[in-house]
Design a protein around this ligand. Structure first.
Ligand SMILES: [Zn+2]
Length: 88
């Protein structure tokens, strides 16, 4: 009956739901960075541990994010997405 009303909850603010990585088919979402880029990120919101690189929901990329930082890990840390030619 109310299926249409329920679907509204699938759309989060500024977040595309249901996007998958074209390389590994893992569910990802895009975070708009402060520079205006769309950064593919993992789905899980994580707390920094002093090692991880996290992208906050406001689009700030923080390397070695401490426990005061909550954000998403960039997906390219886990797969070939965006790493073409980038030997490091
Ligand atoms: Zn991937």
């Amino acid at each position: 009956m109310n299926g249409v009303a329920r679907m509204k909850f699938r759309r989060l603010d500024g977040v595309a739901v249901g996007v998958r990585c074209p390389y590994c088919n893992k569910p990802i979402h895009f975070v708009k960075t402060v520079k205006g880029h769309q950064m593919p990120c993992e789905m899980d919101l994580l707390q920094g541990d002093g090692v991880k690189t996290l992208v906050t929901s406001s689009g700030v990329t923080t390397r070695k994010a401490g426990p005061e930082v909550w954000g998403y890990e960039p997906h390219w840390a886990f797969c070939k997405f965006g790493q073409k030619g980038g030997a490091k």
